[in-house]
Design a protein around this ligand. Sequence first.
Ligand SMILES: Nc1ncnc2c1ncn2[C@@H]1O[C@H](COP(=O)(O)OP(=O)(O)O)[C@@H](O)[C@H]1O
Ligand SMILES: [Mg+2]
Length: 419
Amino acid sequence: VSFWFELGFRDSPYATVPVPADAYGERMLVGRSAEIDALVNTISSTTTHAMVNGINGVGKSSLIAVASYRLRLGRGPSGPTALFLPLRHSINITKQSTSDSVRTDLVLALAQALVDYHDTLQDAGRPVPVVTDLERWLNAPLLRSHGGGASALGFGGNATRSLSVNAGEGFSRLGLANLVLEAVAACSPPDVGGGFVVTLENLELAGGPTEIRGLLEACRDPLLTTRGVRWIICGASPALRQMSNSRRLDGIVGRPITVQPLPEDLVGDVIEARVESYRTRTDPLVPVDGTCFTYLFNVARGNLRTALRYSEEYSVWAYQRDALADDDDERRAQVVAWLRARAEAEVAAASQVPMAAWLIFDQIVDTGGTLAVDMARQRELNSLEEHGLIGRTLTPTSDGFDCELTQAGWLANVARQAP
Ligand SMILES: Nc1ncnc2c1ncn2[C@@H]1O[C@H](COP(=O)(O)OP(=O)(O)O)[C@@H](O)[C@H]1O
Ligand SMILES: [Mg+2]
């Protein structure tokens, strides 16, 4: 049994996964009504695809999940006949992604969605494809070995179905991709609107602005122009802001919705909502309460995921030492002391970092966490990066580096500040 039960919870209230796309996720999500309205309106009432940007851990995936749920329920402003059908899984960009791999992932995911939503579509009087053929295709061994995409999406378990798709014929030669896209378009007649809602996640992993634009431009036809597919393109990159300036993407993608860190006065509510839903008795022992969590959130510069991770780490640490104080103030002081010790350990682990590098580190802190640093300081930057304190990319003019403090860097900074 996990120790959470002893503290009065059914599970860790500090889970770091995005909130789910259901009524429970809607209850867990704090703030964000403006962002959700903007997203729902873009998907339901414009012809452009939506873009969402914001730093890691700020809450993008969570608000997209809740917006998708509302679109599915038809709580958007569009007519009651338009169906919005969010795909079960998002499509995740990796460093290896190409427009071809994105296309394959999308076609597989849409084929699965045609199967998943078959009855919904049929009830709405849409021309649905023969799903048995699709299912057979999705379960063909050929496809399961196709880059791992099929089993990664969870189709691998149905291998007992009959497999009459000729394994010798390829994915594209069968024209299956086009058949799926045609079927998808047929599900959303032009006079009704709606469509499958697909989220493309982690666009920042494609690279810098040039690579991101290149990938989206290469995906334009037919992925971004297929009727009945509504995209939510998401990434932790300010580069997303420039995409609608590309000539090939103009009118295809909209201006991004930028997700800012939750306002400080709402951060405590994140914990309150979770405690309310996870507690097994009326008076659970909450290791990191709203006040404390707000402190961790500020150290993590608005990254909720990192603040939740600190909360969980502290809870395990304190429980193992049997050190969880009953008194609220005592416990808060203990969380602050614990974080400071963590920070000092981070600095101790970076004892090889020379003084000159720490001075640059402090400059990056003073400018709010990002700074362009001259090429002449490359050695100092190497040292900071090796110790995980900063991340960096070459500046557009290649005369230096755009540097950004990592979460480890922000943590180390706690120890560099006077207590
Ligand atoms: N508005 C919010 N209210 C409550 N919890 C949130 C909110 N936004 C995010 N979270 C939580 O914070 C963590 C990070 O959120 P996530 O959506 O994964 O961020 P991102 O996609 O921007 O990296 C998750 O555990 C999620 O449940
Ligand atoms: Mg995310």
